[in-house]
Design a protein around this ligand. Sequence first.
Ligand code: P6P
Length: 332
Amino acid sequence: MTNQYKTLGEFIIEHQDSFKYSSGELSRLLNGIRLAAKVVNHEVNKAGLVDIIGEAGDTNIQGENQQKLDVLANEKFIQTLKKREIVCGIASEEEDDFISINSFDNNHQNKYVVLIDPLDGSSNIDVNVSVGTIFSIYRRVTPVGTPVQLEDFLQPGINQIAAGYIVYGTSTMLVYTTGDGVNGFTLNPALGTFYLSHPNMSFPETGKIYSVNEGNYVHFPQGVKNYIKYCQQEEGDRPYTSRYIGSLVSDFHRNMIKGGIYMYPKSSVASEGKLRLLYECNPMAFIAEQANGLASDGKKRIMEIEPTELHQRVPFFCGSRKMVEKAEEFMK
Ligand code: P6P
């Protein structure tokens, strides 16, 4: 019976005071994300039934074919966030440039910017594999009352005030942090309500799962190859199990519950890896660290990287603390 669990709405209100910027603005923003998540979930779950599968016939700045659901998810999150008078700007994987929002002409009084990957793992949509949404929230750094600037988005991950993801999987979950731990909420689709099903989520300090696209093995730096061979070696608690869904949110979520490491290294074909710093790596790094895990680019803490471009990519190693530390040892 789900009614024994606290709802996401109740949880947000209860924890509003613990949030130093409270005054309800972040609550309204999180409620906006909650609503958009339900709308996108509805579309994702019926993708097989209506003509919404397949390419939108356009490509995004990444040069990737935009799937129709990518476009729809992007539009839903942007529309929903625009309606709440607390967001002054949005950056999205699906938008070449950031969007300045002066909702209802309130003279740019809004304080927060949101960076979002509206539908991560979208290449999995047509084959009915889990996909996800990733979001990252900052306070603007330029003066309130002026149009938002690029520097409001190019902030290091340590400045995030909230981050989270929605995983549209066998069940739909919303997992987020405001810097006070990580909590997971499961959607009861019959009621359209998220319930607190996974309080205080935490990475086991080590694990037996490594997630990497081994198809790129020959292109990896030698240190990464050596770590993968270490994972496969018969010794102690190894060999580990290889699990790679091709959907960051799903691999991350499974590893956080079971213990594991997710890797998207740089390679001779992708000099900075594939994942984007601002709306994939930083939010997942914030969640990882709040769940006693680690997130690095192989050398340094993801959240201390000073961004230089909206869509910049970084190598990404994230998960159980001891596994990330071991991988970093191999890459020294
Ligand atoms: P590859 C999806 O496009 C994504 O950004 C992550 O969700 C996923 O882990 C990765 O890329 C998959 O990339 O190159 O292994 O197919």
